[in-house]
Every structure is written in C-alpha cells, then in structure tokens.
Design a protein around this ligand. Structure first.
Ligand SMILES: Nc1ncnc2c1ncn2[C@@H]1O[C@H](COP(=O)(O)OP(=O)(O)O)[C@@H](O)[C@H]1O
Ligand SMILES: [Mg+2]
Length: 227
C-alpha cells in the first residue's frame, strides 16, 4: 500500500488510525487491532466482517453522493483500510472548547442532525454515533465517520436507536450545551423538509424523519420505565 504515515490520530481498543498521504493525497489508515483475550479465529472473523462492512457501506453511500470518506484501498487480510482524510475536528472537541461561540455550536449541531438524516434517508443506520464520530470543519459542516457498525435497515427501531444514542451523549457528557439534542433533532427534521419525499430504495422505503422522531420518544420512555 502506497500509504505514507505522518502522525497517529487515534489509538483505541479496536482500531489504530494514522494520518498521512496516499498517492500524494491526504489520507488516513485505519488498522483493526487484535484483542488478545479473544480467540484468534473469532477475532479475525469479527474484524474482517466489520472492516468489510465499513468499506461496503462507505462505497455505497459515497456513490450516492453523501460526503463521507472515499475508500482508496482495503486489505482485509491484515485488517487495514485507507480512506480519504476528512477536514475538521471531532464534535466532542468543539463542544468542549470554550472559545467556540454559541452560534457556531448551534450550526454544528444542526448540521450534524442533518448529516445523520441524510444517512438515514439512504436506509443506513450508523450504529455507533457519538460526538467522536462526527467531524466538524471550519464552516461548521458535519461529516460522519466510523461506519464499522453500520447496517442497511428499513425498520424504524434502529433509526430511533441512532438518535437515542445521541440523546444520551449530548445530555450526559456535554451538559454545558443547553438543548444540544433539540438543535440536533431540529436539524434532523429540517433535512427531510428540505430534501422532500423519500425515494423508494431496493429494499423498500426508509422511515420518514417524523416517524423516527416518534420512535425516539418511545425509546426514551422505555428506557425511563425499565431504568
Ligand atoms: N476519514 C477520516 N478523516 C479524518 N479523521 C479520521 C478519519 N477516520 C478516522 N479519523 C480520526 O480517527 C479517530 C478514530 O477513527 P474511527 O474510525 O472513529 O475509529 P474507532 O472505530 O476506533 O472509533 C476519529 O475519531 C477521527 O478523529
Ligand atoms: Mg470512532
């Protein structure tokens, strides 16, 4: 692989991510880390499946015009994927940065909601939404990354769960941002208003924003009820 590493961006339990260049273009290399406590065969299958799924979904939604990283090279055997480096920094950093004006935070949250809705309109759930997996550029545009747990989906439940995860995160780790989730959800609904009716896809119709928001309310009360 013609990847020239420059700096390590991230070392997590599951993956190591380096920034660098690929054919002279800004790129990142994501490398699945093996976990010693798992059986090697299982480890290989799980890592393999996630990486394959991440690459397939990225290619599918990039092809449909979503602003997600282009996939440039995949090596399933060693668990490496090379993709386009997106501009911006994780939403979590922006929310914790006291120098960022409120109107920019507002814009970033609104655009994040819209980015998630654009994904959902393609019948894809993210599966691992967090303020780490949304990048915000200097114009407050939002870009989703980290599609290892994404899935093509038509049932409303998993779409509602995507939103519920954001609900929990924006409430729990960023309590200094008032109504963060409301701004995010307004962006989610606004996106459907702007984009118009959904297109029928090969597996049917994905749920409309209104129905996903309704499901979010159901999930919220279920969680409250069961603790
Ligand atoms: N395509 C990308 N462009 C820019 N930064 C990225 C890209 N992919 C990953 N990163 C950075 O690396 C971090 C970890 O990558 P991620 O795909 O989220 O791995 P993990 O599955 O370990 O969470 C991200 O939070 C982000 O800061
Ligand atoms: Mg991540």
């Amino acid at each position: 692989m013609a990847f020239q590493p420059k700096a390590r961006l991230h070392l997590g339990a599951e993956a190591e991510v380096w920034s660098g260049t690929w054919m002279g273009r800004p790129a990142v290399r994501k490398h699945r880390r093996s976990r010693a406590w798992r059986h090697p065969d299982l480890e290989k299958r799980l890592g393999y499946r996630r990486m394959l799924s991440e690459a397939r979904i990225l290619i599918r939604i990039k092809g449909a015009g979503l602003p997600v990283p282009a996939v440039w090279d995949v090596d399933l055997e060693s668990g490496r994927i090379i993709m386009e480096k997106m501009n911006g920094r994780p939403l979590i950093e922006m929310l914790r940065d006291e120098k960022v004006p409120q109107d920019e935070i507002h814009k970033a949250l609104h655009n994040s909601g819209c980015a998630v809705r654009m994904l959902h309109r393609m019948a894809v759930t993210h599966g691992d939404l967090s303020t780490n997996n949304i990048l915000i550029d200097e114009d407050c545009n939002a870009f989703l990354i980290d599609f290892g747990l994404s899935a093509v989906e038509y049932e409303v439940e998993r779409f509602g769960i995507d939103l519920h995860v954001m609900d929990e995160i924006l409430g729990a780790s960023h309590p200094n941002i008032a109504n963060g989730i409301d701004i995010f959800l307004a962006g989610y609904q606004q996106c459907d208003n702007d984009q118009g009716p959904l297109e029928e896809l090969s597996g049917g119709m994905p749920p409309v924003a209104k129905d996903v928001l309704k499901r979010l309310d159901d999930v919220r009360s279920r969680v409250r009820y069961h603790g």
